[in-house]
Ligand binder design. Structure first.
Ligand code: TYM
Length: 332
């Protein structure tokens, strides 16, 4: 079975619809016929300002949400990045084959560093993409399901894999991004020119997976559309409506054209009301399910222990080969 790997940061109390539709729904789909490794990347979460107690809580909440959304720890290995020390170890080696200018050119680094000024940015923020490359390459990953915003990091990962293989001998599988165009960029409900994100969006612009159904429905009903009254998919001209159609289609499995046809000539009212109910029904059971999973920390710890053990079987072998190739004397 082909191997897939992906990761998500535990930086908020809830994942949002961008995370779910752009990435997590694909993680869940792929677990059926792939050898899947999914990682809560706590080490990436400390590259910007954070609170340790919140990180600990959010790491558990992240795992509970992944399970509530449908990840099955029998089929997929679910683990926490800091439980598998190989991630930091290989990242060091990759740091040493990455150019400083190459790292500085990453747009996510530039954006995040620009927010607080370069003097406020940590070195960890700069080396973030090499840790991400390490995550992926340790598992000889073939496919990486992510949203559009991770494409550049994936390209760097491919470059580093090829560079390492070229310089030291075949060691890493060169991974392919799995970016599903339809859902790869979910936009802000209030400002459809930007992607939905915790850092840029207002609370009204984001639907959280753990939102209560009433407030989620309200956010959908008050989403910004346009001054026409035609439900039609056109990302350029009608980004707000197209985003709602994307969400509608993803949650129901129905085709965008078919949905647009159903509301032809009716304006946006009925369309928004129906979608608000679909979204409310989707988030409805998730909060209770997540909270129930969170009540049993021992069970979450057990699942994470198993996930990390399976992850280490693969990651140790890859790190061992990489250390050998770069000329490190292996401890005997
Ligand atoms: P993160 O935690 O920001 O986001 C998790 C996933 O959600 C996707 N995503 C979106 N997709 C569509 N529309 C949106 N508005 C939207 N917002 C977020 C992201 O593309 C991502 O797939 N660097 C990664 C985490 C990471 C990782 C990895 C991913 C660390 N190591 C190894 C893959 C493989 C990140 O910060 O994602």
């Amino acid at each position: 079975r082909p191997r897939v790997f992906s990761g998500i940061q535990p930086t908020a109390d809830s994942f949002h619809f961008g995370n779910y539709l752009g990435a997590l729904q694909h993680w869940i789909r792929l677990q059926d016929d792939h050898d899947a490794f999914y990682c809560v990347v706590d080490m990436h979460a400390i590259t910007v300002d954070y609170d340790p107690a919140a990180l600990r809580e959010r790491t558990y909440r992240s795992v509970a949400q992944l399970l509530a959304l449908g990840l099955d720890p029998q089929r997929a290995s679910v683990f926490v990045q800091s439980h598998v020390p190989e991630h930091a170890e290989l990242a060091w080696v990759l740091n040493c084959i990455t150019g400083l200018g190459e790292a500085q050119r990453m747009t996510q680094f530039k954006d995040k560093a620009a927010r607080g000024g370069l003097n406020q940015a940590s070195v960890g923020l700069l080396t973030y993409p090499m840790l991400m490359a390490s995550d992926i390459l340790l598992y000889q990953t073939q496919g990486v399901p992510v949203g559009e915003d991770q494409r550049q990091h994936l390209e760097l990962t491919r470059d580093l894999a090829q560079r390492f293989n070229g310089r030291f001998g075949e060691t890493f599988t060169v991974p392919e991004p799995i970016i599903i165009a339809d859902t790869a960029k979910i936009v802000d409900l209030q400002d459809p020119t930007i992607k939905m994100s915790k850092s840029a969006s207002s609370p009204k612009g984001i639907v959280d997976v753990l939102d209560d159904p009433k407030s989620a429905a309200k956010k959908i009903r008050s989403a910004v559309t346009d001054s026409e009254a035609e439900v039609r998919f056109d990302r350029e001209e009608k980004p707000g409506v197209s985003n709602l159609l994307t969400i509608y289609s993803a949650l129901t499995g129905r085709k965008v054209d078919e949905i647009a046809g159903q509301y032809a000539g009716q304006g946006y009212g009925a369309f928004k009301v129906d979608l608000s109910e679909i979204v409310a029904d989707f988030v409805g059971p998730l909060r209770a399910a997540t909270m129930e999973l969170l009540d049993d920390r021992a069970e979450l710890d057990r699942i994470l222990g198993e996930g990390a053990a399976r992850a280490r079987e693969v990651s140790q072998a890859t790190l061992d080969a990489a250390y050998d190739r770069v000329g490190f004397v292996r401890a005997r």
